[in-house]
Each structure stands twice: as C-alpha cells, then as structure tokens.
Design a protein around this ligand. Structure first.
Ligand code: SF4
Ligand code: SF4
Length: 455
C-alpha cells in the first residue's frame, strides 16, 4: 500500500531551522534584536549535542517569537516562518482574545461608538483588569484611549469621503490604516493638512484593515480577506487617476512588499508582459546597476521551480498585487518626490524642541531612504537627530506587545532602542509607526509625534 505523507507545520519550521543552522549568519547577527534566532540555535544545538529531538510544542513556541520586524537578512526565511505560523493556526486554531484584537478596525468601531464609556471601563482598575484577562492582554499593558471622534467621522464631515472631481494635477487616495483611524485621528488629520498645504487634493476612499495584524497572528483566512478587499478598492482609485499614499509604514509594507511577493512569477503577470514561454521576466528596480528600466531574464528550465508564486497571497490576482505595490507611496516619500513647497511648519508648537527621529522597521523595508528626516531637518534644522543603525526594534509588533505571553519579550526587544533614544535626551520622539508610539508612550517619559504632525 502506498503511504501518503502529509505536510505538517513542523516540516515547514524544520526547513527554516535546518537552512538557518546550515548558514549560521544569524546566530550572531540577530542574537540581540530577535527572539526567534537565539531560540532556534539553542534548540538546534541541544538536538545535535544530546540527540533530543525538537518537539512540536517547542517549534510552535519558537515560531510565535517572530514579530515579523523584517530585520533579518532573508525575506524568504521570514515568509516561511509566517507560513509555519499560519499552518499551526490552521491545525490548532486561534485564541478568542487574539481573534478580536487582530481586528483593530472592529475594536476601534465598537469602542469608538461610545468612547467615554469604553475609556471609563478600560481605565477602571476592576473592569480594566477583567477585560484584559478575558482578552489575554498583559495586566501591565496600558490600553490606548479612544478619541471622541474617529478620523472617519471627521473626514465624512469634511466631505473627504466623496471622490473629488478635480482638475488639480495632483490627487491622492489616502489609505489611513486602522491605528490612525481609530486611535490617533490627529495623525491622519495632520496628514491631510500637510498634503493639502502641498497643493494635493485628498480623497479618503472606502477602506478597512490592510490585513497585517491577522497575517502576523497566522490568521491566513482573515489576512487574505482584508488584503483582497483593500486591493480592489485601491485598484479602483488607481484606475481613476489617483496616486495612493499612506502614513502607516506597516500598511505600506503590506501593500508594497508583502502582497507583491512572488507576484512577478505568476503566469498571469508573465502573460500580461508578453514573456516568451521559456523565460521568466522580472522587472529591474529603479536602483538597478545600469539604471535603465527593463526586465531581467531567467531561463524557465533552470528557475521554473524556484521562481514561483506560491506564498500566502498567491490566490489573489498577481496583476492587482503588482499594480498597487508599484503605485503606493509613503506620504513623506511622495511629497519629497514631487518637491516639497512648505517653507514653514503648519504646526509651530514644537519650534525649538529637541527631537529624535526613529525610522521604524517596516519603513526601512520600503527602501525609500529617510524622507521624513529630510523634511524635518529642512524645517527644524539641527534640532533633529536620528537613531541610525538597521537593527533597532521597539518590540511592540502590532498587537503582539499587548499579549500576556509576549509582554516580557516585547519589553526585552525594545530595551536597546529605548536606551539609544534616552541617550539623546529629547523633548520629543518622532516616528511614523503608531505601534512604536504605543510602546514609547508607555515606556519613555517623552512626548511622541508622527512626522506629519510637525510638518
Ligand atoms: S535568515 Fe538567512 S542569513 Fe539568517 S541564518 Fe537564516 S538563511 Fe542565514
Ligand atoms: S522577522 Fe524579525 S523577529 Fe522574525 S525572524 Fe526575522 S528578525 Fe526575527
């Protein structure tokens, strides 16, 4: 009888363990700023030295240590880690509290309908503790306050939700992201003010979560649902001549990097660009060696089994994934590209303040340099310093820092960054990531702003 061998999440994770142990680069490179690699090498060494096989539960716990900060060198390895996480969730399911927390927009809508009541309940010693326990949130984790008015309500009052029929040369569809929409609407309002001051018409199109929190938790089904809906809406805006901008580096990372991953290899894309049947074509980047646009050619006979579109998002149209990825910009990047005209900050409250700018993990992955640092220095000069070095992480990792069993790890991961910030003794921390902001607001004594609030 033929035995049918089935693939397990442990197999996927085992592939990561064996490849990384063979390579060994991250044993030292990622020993401080990542929790997964030290554990991976500890388990591997133990197995080698004692013969004690790494068990399923140990592998699952190890995989859960990845917060997808993207600091490690190999994008395919972290994708495999997330694939293993999703496979574990397929088998074991998700905790109820996590299912609710990962839907940031739903939580925002529920609590934002009666913000006074939600803040009072979450702020009370008794009910706050009970709610945290029920949702699996660590008791020491401070919960954000819900604003009296969400960005969505403000934008609707201003008519920003109506598609503008403008002849302005510059018009953008603004993908706000859930955290700015429901927790920090002042950031999204400042983004609109900054764009409008730069002569750009702003539309707030229908939108929901980009899907990243669900993806981080291994909830593939929900991540796919959100990503698919987002792509449809953004493709519609592109077809109507809008550029797409976002003020959230994680949403940008999702739409620009993650969803596109593997899409160029899809048959749908290869057919659309007219690739010959024996070739796979991939576009050159803007920074390619010869600087000329065009395609790299890969022989199908050699690369056909390696260059495949088989990631988590492969079920979504490759053309739509590529289209949005190639036309979504971070707001800072967009304004620098078109030429910033602002000579004075719209907000003058912080002139003279000593600022330190932290470029968050996912912004670094967007491969766009540090446009906000340039914009801030143009206005505030030498008062702006920056945290340099590519291996700093705040440790918050979306909703992961809230979780009971990730809280200590989250604090541990952020330690080096908080020390580096403390050495600059700032009046103000500036960062474009609102998850980092939650972490900084809880564990540093400094005020925190998004760059658009200062521009
Ligand atoms: S992530 Fe890449 S560089 Fe790091 S150990 Fe694994 S294979 Fe090597
Ligand atoms: S993405 Fe970040 S947390 Fe995950 S393995 Fe890489 S460095 Fe570690």
């Amino acid at each position: 009888m033929v035995k049918i061998l089935s693939h397990t999440p442990e197999d996927t994770a085992r592939g990561v363990i064996d490849r990384c142990a063979d390579c060994d680069v991250c044993r030292h490179l990622m020993d401080i700023n990542c929790l997964l690699f030290p554990e991976l090498f500890r388990l591997f060494d133990r197995e080698k030295e004692t013969g004690r096989v790494i068990e399923r539960d140990e592998i699952k716990k190890m995989i859960d240590l990845c917060n997808f900060c993207a600091l490690c060198p190999c994008p395919n390895i972290r994708s495999e880690i997330m694939r293993a996480k999703a496979e574990f969730v397929d088998q074991d399911g998700l905790k109820k509290g996590v299912r609710l927390l990962e839907d940031v927009a739903l939580v925002g809508k529920i609590c934002g309908t009666f913000p006074g009541m939600a803040n009072a309940l979450l702020g009370s010693a008794f009910t706050g503790k009970t709610i945290k326990r029920a949702l699996g949130i660590h008791p020491e984790r401070k919960l954000p306050k819900f604003p009296r008015q969400s960005f969505q309500a403000w934008a609707e009052n201003r008519g920003l939700d109506k598609r503008p029929r403008t002849r302005e040369p510059r018009k953008v569809a603004y993908f706000v992201g859930c955290t700015a929409s429901y927790l920090y609407p002042q950031v999204a309002k400042a983004a609109v003010a900054f764009l409008e001051a730069s002569g750009i018409s702003v539309w707030f199109p229908p939108q929901q979560c980009c899907g990243m929190p669900a993806y981080l938790e291994g909830d593939k089904k929900r991540a796919l649902k959100f990503a698919q809906a987002g792509l449809e809406q953004l493709c519609d805006a592109l077809d109507d001549g809008f550029d797409i901008v976002t003020s959230c580096p994680t949403c940008g990372f999702m739409f620009r990097n993650l969803l596109k991953s593997g899409a160029y290899y899809a048959k749908e894309y290869q057919t659309a660009i007219g690739a010959a049947p024996d070739l796979i074509l991939t576009p050159k980047s803007e920074n390619s060696v010869d600087g000329k646009p065009g395609f790299f050619k890969h022989k199908k006979a050699i690369y056909g089994k390696i260059l495949v579109d088989d990631g988590v998002f492969a079920d979504i149209s490759a053309l739509k994934r590529v289209k949005v990825a190639e036309h979504i910009f971070d707001i800072g990047e967009y304004v620098v590209r078109i030429g910033n005209n602002a000579k004075h900050p719209v907000n003058t409250d912080h002139i003279g303040s000593k600022m330190v700018y932290f470029p968050p993990c996912h912004q670094r992955e967007l491969n766009m340099g540090k446009p906000y640092l340039k914009l801030l220095r143009d206005l505030y000069g030498e008062n702006v310093s920056s945290i340099d070095g590519d291996l700093y992480c705040c440790g918050m990792a979306g909703i992961m820092g809230f979780k009971q069993d990730f809280h200590a790890s989250s604090r541990n991961l952020g330690k080096n960054l908080l020390a580096a910030i403390g050495q600059t003794a700032p009046d103000l921390i500036v960062t474009d990531c609102l998850s980092c902001r939650l972490q900084f607001e809880q564990f540093t004594p400094y005020a925190v702003k998004h760059p658009v609030e200062l521009l």
